[in-house]
Design a protein around this ligand. Structure first.
Ligand code: NDP
Length: 326
């Protein structure tokens, strides 16, 4: 067999541009590991590549992470052997065989199932690195986490609680807020009631109504203005995604009103080196092992149902993580 199935786009747009194509199975180059994929994690970023919000060269194979079994290794690779179970991140994971560089792969710890492993890296590392480096969350802080019942949101809630923060969680329904609560959120705010209302509620949960130490916002366009209102003087606003669309252009002198820090981090900038990737990945596995972090798989979709998976994610009907069975 020399070809494999791959979910690709040859033009950008809605879910109608998703194609299942046959493409060659690659050979591992020096420093690469060829993995026979079992599962791919589905992330909101995949929809940005598909829609054109984040431009990519076309045709493009979608998917940003996955899990599977080592099939072959390229020259110079000594740490991995055929048959071992691995988890990895990087582009092109919605395929049957994925070539991964050594600095973006890790062995799956004992006891972690392949489908769970595919659910952990991108959202888990994003949450962990932001809580450590975008704003270092400390015991006693009160922080706001938007879309708290989503994949990244539920990891943020659990890790922020493990670090000792008080968590105010937003989501668009009572059912979603209940899930955030089950994962440790202290205060629940339905932000579908409009900005004036959610801003008032969030401030009401903070000391003297002064606002939160930090906001973690993957929603983007619709929440950014409210974020400026609920962030405390000298606080941090971490805008890390665009689920509702990209944030509108912004005049930086507005930050001076409260001496706010505004960050727009990307995961890859925090795990760029082998040392950073290994250290954060091991720390994340540690949280899983200790039970402080629980995975929440919304649904495992067969590869043929990728259209439905993207529709569900963009349609806000999911909580936790979506996984694709390859
Ligand atoms: P989620 O599972 O969180 O799904 C997105 C959630 O956003 C929805 O469930 C929904 O929750 C909320 N939302 C609010 N407004 C909208 C809207 N108009 N359309 C769709 N959803 C909306 O996805 P992920 O965990 O994969 O990603 C969350 C965010 O984190 C994304 O913005 C993503 O790009 C970002 N991200 C950024 C990374 C980085 O490196 N910077 C890395 C990983 C993720 P509700 O119904 O409760 O509002």
């Amino acid at each position: 067999m020399s070809t494999q199935k791959a979910i690709q786009i040859s033009k950008t747009g809605g879910t109608e541009v998703l194609e299942i194509n046959q493409i060659p199975i690659p050979k591992p180059q020096p420093g690469q590991i060829l993995v026979k994929a079992a599962y791919a994690g589905i992330n909101f970023i995949d929809t940005y590549f598909r829609s054109g919000l984040y431009p990519v060269p076309l045709p493009f194979t979608l998917g940003s992470e996955g899990s599977g079994t080592v099939e072959a290794v390229g020259a110079g690779v000594t740490k991995y052997k055929p048959g071992e179970q691995v988890v990895y991140y990087g582009s092109g994971s919605y395929t049957e065989y994925v070539n991964v560089p050594e600095k973006a792969i890790s062995h799956i710890p004992e006891g972690l199932k392949l489908e769970d492993a595919a659910a952990i890296l991108i959202q888990g590392l994003t949450a962990l690195t932001m809580l450590r480096e975008s704003y270092e969350v400390k015991k006693g802080d009160t922080i706001l986490i938007h879309a708290a019942a989503g994949g990244t949101g539920l990891v943020l809630v659990q890790l922020a609680k493990a670090l000792g923060a008080t968590v105010i969680a937003t989501a668009s329904s009572a059912e979603k807020l209940e899930i955030a609560k089950q994962h440790g959120a202290d205060y629940l705010v339905d932000y579908s009631n409009g900005e004036d209302e959610w801003v008032k509620e969030v401030l009401g949960y903070t000391k003297d109504g002064e606002g939160v130490e930090a906001v973690f916002d993957g929603v983007g366009k619709t929440t950014f203005e409210g974020d400026l209102k609920v962030t405390k003087r000298k606080g941090s606003l971490i805008s890390f995604g665009n689920a509702s669309g990209a944030v509108d252009p912004f005049k930086i002198n507005r930050l001076g009103d409260k001496n706010l820090k505004l960050l727009r981090p990307r995961l890859f900038g925090y795990v760029a080196t082998q040392e950073e990737f290994d250290r954060y990945t091991q720390e994340l596995f540690g949280y899983l092992k200790s039970g402080q972090l629980k995975l929440n798989i919304h649904k495992i979709y067969p590869l043929e149902e990728i259209v439905q998976a993207h529709k569900d994610l963009e349609g806000r009907v999911t909580t936790g993580k979506l996984v694709l069975k390859i």
